[in-house]
Design a protein around this ligand. Structure first.
Ligand code: TXA
Ligand code: MG
Length: 327
């Protein structure tokens, strides 16, 4: 249910959870000052209490209020990417952040979002903890309609556009160097330019990662996804295709389009909506074209598609790390 800015602010201050648009994906927000509301987020998402939340701040100063020590290059990163889709994991002053929000860790993840609606909310109520607004393990929400599908038509939500369509990139420090804990809307290459070195991609494919977004199965629709970097052949594959507007799948019965292969931003923007559309249309199985590049945000798109197809993940792992050619 669409609510006004004023309404959303009141609800948050009174301890309700409200869906807010960010430039990445929709968030399910609670005010850090209301522990009961933070608890509600975990229940609503069916999220494990061992999976910490990102704290959304209105500016760098607000973030520094919670931080124990400021790591090297923090200023460089925030002046380059805040407000924007970069999340940084920082050591914190534990007494200032309820344990439930950070899953008992001595660190917390922070970001300053770059969305006019959410920045306006943060002017009146901040900081806000907000995970992506979806049921745990399923594709994130990028539209108001997705919130209604997951949490019901009465659930309070602000209306706004999620331009990027991919979650923020998460950086954490290890042995004095920044590493990528989750690929996201900002590419590894863009971060390398600012840091002066290439941050290691520490996004693990293990079953018990430090960043639970790294769980193998994530962002997954109910539909079974068959990933392929080979041309589509109807006789060997499901009749439904997820692919690109500038490619030919004339043998397919139905095609869901991410956008043109020439425009990764548009593909990212449409990614989750198209994965969700499979379930809305009750599609059981789809063939997904992953003859895509592996640089820039394509790396994130590729990784999301792999996790979305997690049941087929183990035998397709090679395609993630060793694509047959750089398309
Ligand atoms: O773009 C985004 O980041 C969106 C929007 C709403 O801001 N939020 C989002 O939140 O994607 P969520 O909860 O779906 O993913 C946050 C990830 C989780 O995988 C969590 O494990 C990780 O951040 N995280 C949070 N605190 C952490 C910490 N202290 N150390 C390592 N990872 C952490
Ligand atoms: Mg999420």
């Amino acid at each position: 249910m669409k609510v006004s800015l004023k309404n959303a602010t009141e609800l948050l201050l009174n301890g309700s959870v409200v869906a807010i648009p960010t430039e990445t994906v929709y968030g399910l927000a609670a005010w850090l000052g209301k522990e009961s509301a933070i608890e509600k987020i975990f229940q609503l998402k069916k999220r494990s209490s061992s999976n910490p939340l990102i704290i959304h701040v209105k500016n760098v100063e607000e973030c520094l209020h919670y931080v124990a020590t400021i790591p090297d290059d923090f200023q460089k990163l925030t002046s380059a990417f805040w407000p924007g889709p970069l999340t940084v994991v920082l050591p914190i002053q534990e007494e200032k952040i309820p344990s439930i929000a950070r899953a008992g860790l001595q660190t917390a993840a922070f970001r300053m979002p770059n969305h006019p609606v959410t920045l306006a909310v943060l002017e009146s109520v901040s900081p806000l903890v907000a995970p992506s607004a979806n049921l745990s393990g399923t594709p994130s929400s990028t539209k108001l309609q997705h919130i209604e599908n997951d949490f019901g038509s009465d659930f309070p939500a602000l209306d706004g556009l999620c331009t990027h369509g991919l979650e923020s990139t998460i950086l954490a420090q290890k042995n004095g160097k920044w590493e990528i804990a989750r690929l996201g809307a900002i590419s590894q290459e863009a971060i390398a330019k600012v840091l002066g070195y290439i941050p290691k991609n520490n996004e693990k494919t293990s079953e018990s990662p430090i960043c639970p977004g790294q769980l193998l199965s994530h962002y997954a629709p109910k539909a079974r996804l068959i990933l392929s970097d080979q041309p589509y052949k109807r006789e060997e594959n499901p009749p439904v295709v997820l692919g690109f507007t500038d490619r030919d799948y004339s043998e397919a019965k139905k095609v869901f389009f991410f956008g043109p292969i020439t425009n990764p931003e548009e593909v990212a923007h449409n990614l989750y909506a198209q994965l969700r559309q499979l379930d809305i249309e009750d599609i059981q199985e789809a063939w997904v074209d992953i003859a895509i590049p592996s640089r820039g945000i394509w790396a994130t798109i590729r990784e999301r598609l792999f996790r979305a197809s997690a049941s087929q993940f183990s035998n397709q792992l090679g395609l993630l790390f060793f694509p047959s050619k750089d398309h």
